[in-house]
Design a protein around this ligand. Structure first.
Ligand SMILES: [Zn+2]
Length: 65
């Protein structure tokens, strides 16, 4: 017997009895899916590194050396 912990409700369930692995039930799977989609909608868009303004190179004083 293998028991897993449901990522949605945190309850432990028997892997062989689950119908919606890795969730304990279809309901928990739907909840998690809903969260995932919702987060995807609200997450900030990752900017391309190319769009970042170029950093000025550090200015070195030639007096030291
Ligand atoms: Zn669950």
């Amino acid at each position: 017997m293998t028991s897993l912990e449901c990522p949605t409700c945190g309850g432990r369930f028997d892997l062989s009895l689950s119908v919606a692995v890795p969730f304990c039930s279809h309901r928990c799977r739907q909840i998690d899916l809903g969260r995932w989609l919702d987060e995807k909608q609200t997450l900030p868009v990752f900017k391309d590194p190319d769009e970042d303004p170029p950093e000025d190179p550090p200015s070195w004083d030639e007096t030291d050396g």
